[in-house]
Design a protein. Structure first.
Length: 522
């Protein structure tokens, strides 16, 4: 589905710009020679978009006012210049127009460290990026190719043992120093987007980090097995990649996701090296481990009952605080689970920090996406409240925990009590998400296979229904079948329901049953 100009917020799109890589004077390591490749090495970065993608972008540019808006974006993002954007609408709108500029332009991005802004930088085939602070340079398109060749397009068959999920592969503890071409490319992209500019200290803390984590899309299965002709182009996957970009940067910007030192465009290919979609790779802060891996090694890392209990409490408290922070920022995370969280130990103490990962647009959205503010900037009373957002994320997390990590049920009993009380005290108005759930006497059963939609692309009159569909799909995917089926029963009495004329909903029944499950575990 194409972006709609009438839904774009065009009021706050003027960024603050400043000179980019040429001003960076921090971090580098040993001097390295210029890394300049032949033009053919980066050839596919100049390759025109697939016809289907090009047609979609031309349709977008044919809308009234679109070309003038695009001209404004290009003027606000001068070539080879780091630009700071101060509000979410600028990020969202830029993401919607990326396809009209990419190629021949390529955009680099960065965000994080609890800053109020995110960064962008536009480059083309003539752009040069520094690989160190003493004069080493590399063509921007060769930087992108080197990063793609090293981290992206790993075999589609790769799975968890190779550090890969359904669409992406994760590379942990990647050294930044080194003399391989991809080392130079990694330094170049961090120096360009993270450490450039008069503010000096970037998200990396003012110097090149020793190690980083890199996430990049793996090879696509689209078009594999075709004996002739061009493969079908994954336009929807390309659109989703652009939407995930701004959601990931937003999460880093508000401090619930990993700091993004640099996000870079990736041409995704199939086995025949045919480009079938365009996506993004992410260079993020290193040293974070998947929470489930941390849990498995907790007893070894914290010998002695006192230390182990303190570490357990720290992790639970950090996850609870994270859920509150996510809700405060009105972000719905329908795929919230331990596997989508990462943790970092505070030196050798028993304390941990926890952040979220994976902000795909099928599972992530602002609950207030289509809620207008009044003249004073206040939200109307029928908005989906932060309390509702906390409940949705909390109940989905607990639902997953009961099925996949039951040994931790007792530790999360305090969180369960807070989530349960949040639901019981909600007083949502018409047109809010939780109000719609309270009207559901029965659970909406998912289709087979489950249907998911790109949430940022839903229309205002479809938005709440899309949220409900995604919520029930994920509740079913990760929930204990016997628990959900019992909550389906019409004879179940809701002992906690406040006196009202409203009949108990499916969620009323499920909440009471979950409360009993967690209480029983204590």
């Amino acid at each position: 589905m194409l972006p709609r100009l009438d839904l774009l917020d065009l009021r706050h799109c003027a960024p603050i710009g400043y000179p980019g890589a040429e001003d960076a004077q921090v971090g580098a390591g040993a001097s390295a020679p210029d890394v300049v490749m032949g033009e053919a090495r980066g050839f596919d970065e100049d390759q025109p978009p697939n016809a289907e993608d090009a047609n979609a972008q031309q349709e977008l540019l044919g809308m009234p006012g679109a070309r003038a808006y695009l001209d404004g974006i290009l003027n606000q993002n001068p070539l080879d210049t780091v630009v700071e954007h101060l509000d979410m609408s600028a990020l969202r709108n830029l993401g919607r127009f990326l396809g009209t500029m990419d190629p021949p332009n390529r955009f680099l991005f960065g965000a994080g460290d609890h800053r109020a802004y995110f960064r962008s930088m536009r480059v083309n085939r003539d752009s040069m990026l520094k690989t160190d602070e003493v004069g080493g340079t590399m063509r921007a398109f060769d930087v992108l190719r080197a990063l793609r060749d090293r981290f992206a397009n790993l075999p589609a068959e790769y799975d968890a043992p190779q550090g890969c999920g359904s669409s992406n592969c994760h590379h942990a503890s990647v050294p930044v120093s080194g003399f391989a071409e991809w080392h130079a490319a990694l330094r170049a992209i961090i120096l360009a987007i993270d450490l450039a500019g008069p503010r000096g200290l970037g998200y990396a803390g003012g110097q090149l980090p020793e190690t980083v984590s890199v996430r990049a899309p793996k090879m696509s299965r689209v078009g594999n097995g075709l004996s002739f002709g061009a493969p079908p182009y994954d336009l929807e996957g390309t659109i989703q990649g652009r939407d995930e970009l701004w959601l990931t940067l937003h999460a880093a910007r508000i401090g619930i996701g990993l700091p993004v030192y640099a996000a870079f465009p990736v041409s995704v290919v199939n086995k025949s090296d045919q480009i079938v979609s365009r996506d993004y790779g992410y260079v993020t802060e290193g040293g974070w481990l998947a929470v489930d891996r941390v849990l498995n090694g907790l007893q070894k890392a914290h010998p002695g009952k006192l230390n182990l209990d303190a570490a357990n409490r720290s992790l639970v408290a950090a996850i609870t605080d994270l859920l509150r922070k996510v809700a405060k920022n009105d972000l719905l995370l329908f795929d919230i689970k331990l596997n989508n969280m990462v943790a970092k130990r505070d030196c050798d103490s028993n304390n941990y920090k926890v952040l979220m990962i994976d902000f795909g647009p099928l599972m992530t959205i602002e609950s207030t996406l289509y809620v207008p503010t009044d003249a004073c900037g206040e939200m109307p009373v029928n908005r989906t409240s932060s309390a509702c957002t906390f409940f949705i994320n909390g109940i989905l997390f607990l639902n997953n925990l009961l099925k996949l990590a039951p040994d931790w049920t007792a530790w999360f009993a305090p969180l369960a009590r807070v989530v349960v009380e949040t639901w019981r005290n909600l007083n949502e108005k018409d047109q809010s998400f939780c109000y719609s759930l309270k009207q559901d006497g029965n659970r909406t059963k998912p289709s087979s296979p489950p249907l998911f939609v790109n949430l940022p692309k839903t229309l205002p009159n479809e938005f709440i229904d899309a949220l409900r569909l995604t919520f029930y799909n994920m509740l079913d995917r990760y929930g204990k079948k016997e628990l959900l089926q019992t909550a389906d029963g019409t004879k179940y009495t809701v002992v906690s329901a406040r006196p009202s004329r409203r009949k108990p909903s499916f969620i009323d029944r499920l909440v009471d049953m979950m409360a009993a499950e967690f209480q029983k575990a204590v």
